[in-house]
Design a protein around this ligand. Structure first.
Ligand code: ACO
Length: 325
């Protein structure tokens, strides 16, 4: 009997259009919105982000990331028996982006569904896939985070539009006799719905309410730092491990200051912190698998390393996964 699930390949994809802070500041200035590279770097650590072309959807980004992950795992789409896509920017209201992706991949037949947990989506999706594999419901899963957050940004609100980017990251998670995922921890507290949301909806053929992202940045900041520390500690305790066992901390890439505070609270040296927010901005559910894949491909993360992945986002949702890579 299979006891574990393990990541056998990672992949990612960024749309080609890259905007540095200076590029974005220039575009915003043309609309009378003032910002600067200095402000964005100092408050967030972000230097650049990628934006998808208007006709490109989350499933298109997911497709490229999935193909890269399959190639890294030495698998083809027909080997996959479960697809979970974490996204808050789906192609359509329904069907799910996972079903659209499944068709593009040519992997008909296997279960495919989306997870909506905003920036914690990949952690939720990975935990679900792990549970399905360990209970025999699947043996080779594609778990993907894919977002086109540029579609839901208010480019007249400088407090939010400079923070986010588009992209996708994917892993192939397979049944294994050797430990991969060691423990996970998921949470939500719906009383914080209002501090980070896209409050609009579609009804009667019209958009009702505001379809653009709203955020109380300081409230998010305060909550994020506390829950990321608590969730990492809870996950370590479940796995019978300590902070000293962590080789790499890969938190949701929202803001460098939040990430550094989390590492400090866990008494981890900052050189164990994986940082890609500087080049990607906040890509919501895609940020963790994007950071993972970038670090694997650059040779920073090696087979056998112990990774702590952590997500936090709208809902409010948060959680962590500890794994042997
Ligand atoms: N450029 C220039 N000035 C700006 C900008 C900008 N882009 N945005 C805000 N300012 C100004 C404000 O108007 C304000 O000016 P004032 O003092 O004259 O009123 C000043 O900068 C300070 O604004 P604050 O909002 O107090 O800035 P703060 O230090 O809190 O930084 C930030 C804002 C970066 C959003 C911070 O609160 C933060 O990082 N919060 C966490 C956000 C986050 O990580 N969200 C995502 C997590 S969950 C998810 O990923 C979906």
């Amino acid at each position: 009997m299979t006891t574990y699930s393990r990541i056998t390949g990672t992949g990612s994809y960024l749309p080609p259009r890259r905007l540095t802070n200076a590029d974005l500041a220039r575009e915003l200035a043309a609309q009378g919105i003032e910002t600067s590279d200095e402000w964005i770097v100092e408050r967030t650590g972000i230097q650049a982000r990628h934006f998808a072309a208007p006709e490109v959807c989350s499933s298109d980004l997911a497709l490229e990331a999935a193909r890269n992950a399959l190639q890294a795992a030495g698998r083809s789409a027909s080997d996959i028996d479960l697809i979970i896509v974490a996204t808050s920017t789906p192609d359509m209201i329904f069907p799910s982006t996972a079903c659209i992706l499944q068709h593009k991949l040519g992997a008909a037949g296997c279960p495919a569904f989306d997870v909506q947990a905003v920036c914690s989506g990949f952690i939720y999706a990975l935990t679900l896939a792990d549970a399905m594999i360990r209970t025999g419901g699947a043996s080779r899963a594609l778990v993907i985070g894919a977002e086109v957050f540029s579609r839901i940004l208010d480019f007249t609100d400088r407090t939010t539009c400079v923070l986010f980017g588009d992209g996708a990251g994917a892993v192939v998670l397979e049944a294994s006799d050797t430990p991969g995922i060691l423990a996970s921890d998921l949470h939500a507290d719906g009383k914080h719905v209002g501090i980070l949301c896209v409050p609009g909806t579609v009804s009667g053929g019209k958009v009702l309410g505001d379809p653009l992202l709203k955020m109380d940045g300081q409230a998010v900041f305060k909550l994020a730092v506390g829950v990321l520390e608590a969730s990492a500690r809870a996950t370590l305790a479940k796995a019978g491990k300590t902070e000293a066992d962590i080789d790499w901390l890969i938190p949701h890439q929202a803001n460098l200051r939040i990430m550094q505070s989390t590492a400090k609270r866990l008494k981890l040296p900052l050189d164990k912190l994986v940082v890609t927010v500087d080049q990607h901005g906040n890509t919501s559910a895609a940020s963790i698998p994007l950071a993972l894949d970038a670090s694997v491909r650059s040779g920073k993360i090696a087979r056998g390393d112990t990774l702590m992945l952590e997500g936090v986002g709208g809902g409010f949702t948060w959680g962590a996964v500890l794994l042997n890579f």
